[in-house]
Design a protein around this ligand. Structure first.
Ligand code: SF4
Length: 111
């Protein structure tokens, strides 16, 4: 698709056509990974003790969290959409979350 072509589900807005579906809109996002500076850090001991994986794995819309067979909870922070949902529901002390440093993380593009 060229820059002048629009997806079939595009809808007009005052800023030009925008894809209607969420997957189509998310496909336009870009990610800049802040290598070596994760903005999500899990306290494995607290996460195990509180059962944090049962909350975090299914709630993340970007599937950032995964649970290894040995019980380790992992966070693929490079795919984070920065919605903040996990921070709102995580058991106290199970993770540290902050926005990526300036210029890093997700960049939403629309229109
Ligand atoms: S902020 Fe949102 S997208 Fe990022 S890890 Fe948490 S729930 Fe997933």
């Amino acid at each position: 698709m060229t820059a002048t072509q629009q997806p079939a589900d595009a809808r007009p807005t005052d800023r030009g056509p925008v894809p209607a579906s969420v997957p189509a809109r998310l496909a336009a996002t870009a990610f800049v990974t802040d290598e070596g500076h994760p903005h999500i850090v899990i306290d494995q001991q607290v996460a195990r003790a509180t059962g944090a994986a049962a909350v975090l794995v299914p709630i993340c819309p970007a599937h950032v969290y995964s649970l290894a067979p040995d019980g380790t909870l992992a966070a693929e922070y490079a795919a984070c959409l920065e919605c903040g949902t996990c921070l709102a529901v995580a058991p106290a002390g199970s993770l540290v979350w902050h926005y990526p440093r300036g210029g890093q993380g997700v960049a939403y593009r629309e229109g």
